[in-house]
Design a protein around this ligand. Structure first.
Ligand code: ADP
Ligand code: MG
Length: 740
């Protein structure tokens, strides 16, 4: 980024709309605003004050009265800013004023009517006309996003799911400053496309308005355009400049009527006003210049406009006024606001070669795709030469450098090649089929091979086509200077625009000079005055005194006004505070009486405040770190096994025995030597003496054992003496085993 440290102040212009029908019918009082277009002055009359009270005068960088055209405002006050954005500066235009004074009219207007197109559609024309007329060694990429801030939540107006989408987060990076994470950004190739983007966003905004009365005048809308331009520098390398343009239609600045507002509605009102009052505080802090701390972080709006107010941007503020007497207070507040904003100093600089330029990514990707494509072409050429050498005349490969005819030729050639190849394979297949000397099996194999070759060929062709389509789609997004993307860029129009631009420049210069002359007049007047007589001197001094006295009165009235306003806003804040305190007491009462203290403590211990999102959050019950280690840890006896396993079972597995279930119970339930006493007593004594020698093989015993071993599936291996021997060591402590 270039390091020029020049600073410039925020440009402030004021626009007054005509009286509307309702206001006209209210009486012949007329408007309370007069404007001196030549001097850039607004003169405000207080309808309630006696005629002797001096009127209030404010001077701005430009004023536009009820007869002003959209085009006048654009050419004089906005055009230079958009030119700067095209040169790589950040730019912001925001409309500020009471609801119904013409903010949306100024920013958007009736965009289908050429006379009534507002700043945003005019900026579209300007940007794309500039691109179409620039030199052909420049490449441009234009992106647009559209968002709104409603009740301190940032919402993406281009998200198809706008109504239910979650609020977006703000993030900060050293490169781009504050930005909105996951915000949709549309690459636009023409005026039509970018108008479509605006339309989609406006519709989403309108949908919100039906859900919530007065939605649009309570939400701030930001249309963001990023223009990236790549141009070869003196060092031969391509340099990228990125201009970011914020077009902001703010919520109505009027005070919320607080009376009778409670609970949810109260909080809503407090939130709605938060952004605007934070904006006021930021402007005051910056205009004051003395207070070191600027409260940008107090609201989403001020964070997003951080660069535009006192940072790296050129900024124009359009303050809109209504001429009706009943809105005197609001009009005065708007003028004061605007007057303060004039003193804000910005430090704009060209954004050169930022790391996150999307244009660079596009260029790299396009180069990669181009390399892939030419590699493919080269490969197919090689194949063709191998297969069909005599048909190939070895012509030079054309670089895919935009030569459309050559591209078309190449495409045809490739298609021809595939067709010929397919025909050849078909012929070969036929020949194989008809070859009587080949075995059926061999035929099948050869035919399969040919099929496979044809499949490969088709796949290859499809892949090349896909690659070409992707390459073309990406390349078409980059706008090249000098290419006719406009249908009305004739010389006459260009001249007309230049003339208009010159006239606007002249008018601006004239006004600036007039303003300077006025301020100098007052100083030089007294120097030039040479008094011929005492009487004359007295007269002159009295006149001056009167003038100064009038000025003093004006300033006193101003101080009184400001004090009144402060008292009023303090009262409003106190009222809000009282109501919030009342609500807090109510919640406390519920907590103290209905939530057990230990539960409350538990909950309170888990809560932490996230300043980034301005919300309280619950900490997870199990700390994330220990959770993972707990999951990983396994008992020592289970390492390498599905479940904990005993030494016995391990040995049994090593021996090849089925170890299932024995892990849990390694006792031998081998022998219940006494047979079940189901037989009659006298017979059993007999049987006992007879059977005892062959006890091991006796079916009765087996039956008994099986009963107790029903879960053990390999009795044989257990009773085998060798395994008993080796296993006995393992369960020597077990009495049953020891007894064996
Ligand atoms: P806001 O956005 O400040 O609430 P709007 O832009 O919606 O106000 O304007 C309110 C009405 O006043 C609209 O009908 C609009 O057409 C009209 N209006 C505003 N400014 C002008 C103007 N300069 N010339 C003619 N009509 C205007
Ligand atoms: Mg509006």
């Amino acid at each position: 980024m270039s390091k020029s440290k020049s600073s410039e102040s925020v440009k402030v212009v004021v626009r007054c709309r005509p009286l509307n029908r309702k206001e006209e019918s209210n009486g012949p009082a007329g408007g309370i605003i007069q404007m001196d277009l030549r001097l850039g002055q607004v003169i405000l009359r207080n309808p309630r004050a006696p005629p002797s009270e001096p009127q209030k005068t404010f001077t701005f960088d430009g004023v536009y009265d009820a007869n002003s055209k959209q085009r006048d405002l654009y050419d004089e006050s906005v055009r230079p800013l958009i030119d700067s954005v095209l040169d790589g500066f950040n730019g912001t235009i925001f409309a500020y004023g009471q609801t119904g004074t013409g903010k949306t009219y100024t920013m958007q207007g009736a965009w289908r009517d050429p006379e009534k197109r507002g700043v945003i559609p005019n900026a579209f024309d300007h940007i794309f006309t500039h691109i179409s007329r620039s030199q052909s060694d420049r490449q441009y990429l234009v992106r647009a996003s559209y968002l709104e801030i409603y009740r301190e939540e940032v919402r993406d107006l281009l998200d198809p799911n706008h109504g239910n989408a979650r609020a977006l987060d703000l993030r900060e990076s050293p490169e781009t400053g504050v930005y909105v994470r996951d915000l949709t950004s549309c690459v636009c190739k023409s005026i039509k496309e970018i108008e479509e983007v605006m339309n989609v966003g406006n519709q989403a905004r309108a949908v919100g308005a039906t859900d919530m009365n007065e939605h649009s005048s309570r939400s701030h809308a930001l249309f963001l355009i990023t223009v990236e331009c790549s141009q070869p520098g003196p060092d031969g390398r391509k340099h990228i400049r990125v201009g970011r343009l914020n077009l902001v239609d703010l919520a109505g600045s009027e005070r919320q009527a607080k009376t009778g507002v409670q609970g949810e509605r109260l909080k809503e009102a407090a939130k709605i006003n938060l952004s605007l009052s934070a904006l006021g505080n930021v402007i005051s802090a910056l205009a004051d210049g003395r207070s070191g701390h600027v409260p940008y972080r107090d609201s989403k709006l001020t964070r997003l406009l951080q660069d535009s107010l006192g940072g790296n941007a050129k900024t124009v503020m359009v303050a809109t006024l209504g001429p009706a007497p009943q809105h005197y207070d609001e009009t005065l507040t708007t003028l004061r606001y605007a007057n303060r904003a004039k003193n804000i100093q910005n430090q704009p600089r060209v954004n050169e070669d930022p790391k996150d330029a999307l244009l660079r990514e596009f260029q790299t990707e396009i180069a990669r795709l181009r390399a892939q494509l030419s590699h493919r072409k080269w490969r197919s050429k090689q194949k063709k030469e191998q297969v069909d050498g005599e048909d190939w005349d070895g012509e030079e490969e054309t670089e895919g450098d935009g030569d459309e005819e050559a591209e078309e030729e190449e495409k045809k050639e490739a298609e021809n090649y595939v067709k010929l190849e397919e025909q050849r394979l078909e012929r070969e297949k036929k020949a194989i089929r008809e070859d009587r000397f080949l075995l059926a099996e061999e035929k099948q194999r050869l035919l399969g091979e040919k099929e496979r070759m044809m499949g490969d060929l088709r796949k290859e062709q499809e892949a090349t086509e896909q690659l070409t389509a992707k390459y073309k789609a990406m390349e078409s997004k980059l706008l090249v200077g000098g290419k006719n993307i406009m249908d009305h860029t004739n010389e006459q129009q260009k001249m007309l625009e230049m003339k208009r631009h010159e006239i606007a420049e002249q008018a601006r210069g004239e006004r600036e000079m007039q303003q300077q002359m006025m301020s100098q007049d007052e100083e030089t007047l007294e120097l030039r005055d040479t008094f011929t007589s005492l009487q004359q001197e007295v007269e002159a001094k009295t006149k001056k005194l009167k003038k100064l006295y009038a000025k003093l009165q004006c300033i006193k009235a101003e101080i009184q006004d400001v004090n009144d306003e402060h008292v009023r806003s303090r009262q409003e804040l106190e009222q809000t505070q009282n109501e919030l305190t009342r609500e807090l007491k109510f919640k406390y009462l519920i907590i103290e009486n209905f939530i057990p203290p230990e539960e409350k403590n538990k909950i309170m211990n888990r809560l932490t405040f996230d300043p980034e999102e301005d919300q309280w959050k619950f900490q997870p019950l199990v700390p994330a770190k220990s959770k993972s280690s707990q999951m990983k840890k396994r008992p020592a006896s289970a390492v390498g096994y599905k479940r904990p396993i005993s030494q016995y079972a391990r040995v049994a597995i090593a021996m090849g025995a089925h170890s299932r279930y024995r892990a849990e119970n390694i006792m031998f339930l081998e022998l219940d030597v006494t047979p079940p006493n189901t037989a009659s007593l006298d017979r059993s004594t007999e049987a006992d003496s007879n059977r005892s020698p062959s006890l091991d093989n006796s079916p009765t015993k087996d039956k008994g054992v099986r009963k107790s071993r029903s879960w053990c599936q390999t009795p044989k291996s257990i009773s085998s003496s060798s395994s008993n021997l080796s296993l006995s060591a393992c369960h020597a402590a077990t009495p049953t085993a020891a007894a064996q």
